[in-house]
Design a protein around this ligand. Structure first.
Ligand SMILES: Cc1cc2nc3c(=O)[nH]c(=O)nc-3n(C[C@H](O)[C@H](O)[C@H](O)COP(=O)(O)O)c2cc1C
Length: 392
C-alpha cells in the first residue's frame, strides 16, 4: 500500500517512528502506589498492536505528592521501574516507540478519580481509602472553592523537586523508554509556574515572564541532562490559558524559544486546564480546535510540533501533516473508542486512492493480517451492505 504523509516514518534524534500517530497520554487512575499493572500493559499494548507510531504512557508522577490521584503511575522509587520496563519492551516489540510523560500535579494533586467526582477528595473518598495529602504550588492559591490550599514552595524545596525530576528521568531511561515528555500543561505544577494567574511569587521564580519561566526551564535543563542525547525530548504545553489575564501566544512563543534552546525537540500543543478541572475547559471546542496552536508554534518558533484535541478523522489527520501544521498527530479518546485507529486510518486513506488490494493488511500484526488478507477476496463476492474500507 502506498504511504500517505501520515504514514511516512519520522526520525527525531536517533529514534524513528513508523508513522506520525501518537497515542496521547491518558491517565487510567488504576495504579496502586504508583506501580503499573496488567491493566496498563494491555491498555498501552493494544495501541502498539493497533499500529500507532508512538505510544505514550499517562502522566507518571515524579514524586508521590505529585500524583493527581491515588491511582496515578509513578517513578519515584526503583520498585516502580520493572512493570514499566515490561510495558516499554512490549510496545517496542510490537513496532511502536515507547514514550513516557513525566509530571507533577502541583495544586491539582490529591484529587478524586474522575468517576468519583473529579474534584477535591471527600469523606466518601477517604472512606474508600483515598486520603488527601499536603499539596504544593508556586503560590498559596487554591485551584477553586472547596479545593485544598497548596503550600508555597520554598527555594530549597524547588531544589528537591529538580532532584525528583532528575531521578525519575534516570528511571525512565532504565525502563527503556525512547521518548520522554515533560508535562507543562493543564494546570499542573510547571504550568502553574508559567501562568501569571497561579504564580504570584516575588522572588526569582515569579514576577515577569522570564521569572515565571525560570523553574519550568530549570526542569527542562535537568531532564535533558539526564535523558540520553540520542533520544528526543517533548514538552506538552497549554498554549493559552483561555482565561482573562492568563497565558497567551506571546508567552508561549517566548517559552518555546527558551525550551528549544535547551534541547527540546517537539512541542505538544494542548491548552487550558489552569482554572478548571477539565482539560481546556474554557476553550471553544471543535474538530482540531488546538491545531492552530501547533501550527503557529511550528511556524514562528521553528520547532517540530504535535497537534492534539478532537482529531478523529483520518483525512483530518493526514491534511494537517500535509499542510505543515504539525509533525505529529496525537489521538486520545478516539483511541479509546478504536484502539486500532491507526490501522483503520491507513486503510481509509488508501481507500480514497482506490488502493485496497494485495498487501492491504501488511501493517497489521501477522497474527491478524494473514487471516484478514485471505478473507478479503471472499468478502468481495458476498451480497449485502458495503463494509467500511472496502470497494464494492
Ligand atoms: C482519560 C484521559 C486521561 C488523560 N490523561 C492525560 C495525561 O495523563 N496527561 C496529559 O497530558 N493529558 C491527558 N489527557 C488529555 C489527552 O492527552 C488529550 O490531550 C485530550 O483528551 C484531547 O485529545 P482527544 O480529543 O484526542 O481526546 C487525558 C485525557 C483523557 C480522556
Amino acid at each position: 500500500m502506498s504511504r500517505s504523509r501520515l504514514f511516512t516514518p519520522i526520525t527525531l534524534r536517533n529514534v524513528t517512528a513508523r508513522n506520525r500517530i501518537v497515542i496521547s497520554p491518558m491517565c487510567q487512575y488504576s495504579a496502586d502506589d504508583g506501580v503499573a499493572n496488567d491493566w496498563h500493559l494491555v491498555h498501552l499494548g493494544k495501541f502498539a498492536q493497533g499500529g500507532a507510531g508512538i505510544v505514550m504512557t499517562e502522566a507518571v508522577a515524579v514524586s508521590a505528592a505529585g500524583r493527581i490521584t491515588h491511582g496515578d503511575l509513578g517513578l519515584w522509587n526503583d520498585g516502580q521501574i520493572a512493570p514499566l520496563k515490561r510495558i516499554a519492551a512490549f510496545l517496542r516489540a510490537n513496532g511502536a516507540v515507547p514514550a513516557i510523560q513525566l509530571a507533577h500535579a502541583g495544586r491539582k494533586a490529591s484529587m478524586q478519580r474522575p468517576w468519583f467526582g473529579n474534584a477535591a477528595l471527600t469523606a466518601q473518598d477517604i472512606a474508600r481509602g483515598d486520603k488527601p495529602w499536603a499539596i504544593v504550588a508556586p503560590s498559596a492559591i487554591a485551584m477553586d472553592d472547596g479545593w485544598l490550599m497548596p503550600h508555597e514552595l520554598t527555594v530549597p524545596e524547588l531544589q528537591g523537586l529538580r532532584e525528583d525530576w532528575r531521578r525519575a528521568t534516570l528511571r525512565a531511561v532504565e525502563a527503556g523508554f525512547d521518548v520522554l515528555e515533560v508535562h507543562c500543561a493543564h494546570g499542573y505544577l510547571l504550568h502553574e509556574f508559567l501562568s501569571p494567574l497561579s504564580n504570584k511569587r516575588s522572588d526569582a521564580y515569579g514576577g515577569d515572564r522570564a521569572g515565571r519561566m525560570t523553574f519550568p526551564l530549570e526542569i527542562i535543563t535537568t531532564v535533558r541532562a539526564a535523558w540520553p542525547s540520542e533520544r528526543p525530548l517533548f514538552v506538552r504545553i497549554s498554549a493559552v490559558d483561555g482565561v482573562e489575564g492568563g497565558l497567551d501566544m506571546a508567552d508561549t512563543l517566548a517559552f518555546v524559544g527558551e525550551a528549544k534552546a535547551r534541547g527540546v525537540d517537539v512541542i505538544d500543543c494542548s491548552s487550558g486546564g489552569l482554572m478548571g478541572s477539565a482539560t481546556a475547559a474554557r476553550i471553544p471546542r471543535g474538530y482540531g480546535f488546538q491545531v492552530p496552536f501547533a501550527e503557529q508554534v511550528r511556524r514562528d518558533a521553528e520547532i517540530a510540533t504535535m497537534a492534539v484535541g478532537l482529531i478523529l478523522h483520518p483525512q483530518q489527520a493526514e491534511a494537517l501533516v500535509v499542510e505543515g501544521k504539525a509533525d505529529l498527530v496525537a489521538i486520545g479518546r478516539e483511541a479509546l473508542f478504536d484502539p486500532n485507529w491507526p490501522l483503520h486510518a491507513e486503510l481509509a486513506l488508501a481507500d480514497t486512492k482506490g488502493e485496497i488490494g494485495d498487501g492491504t493488511f501488511d501493517s497489521w500484526p501477522q497474527q491478524y493480517g494473514w487471516w484478514l488478507e485471505r478473507r478479503e477476496p471472499g468478502l468481495r463476492k458476498l451480497d449485502g451492505p458495503a463494509l467500511p474500507y472496502r470497494k464494492a
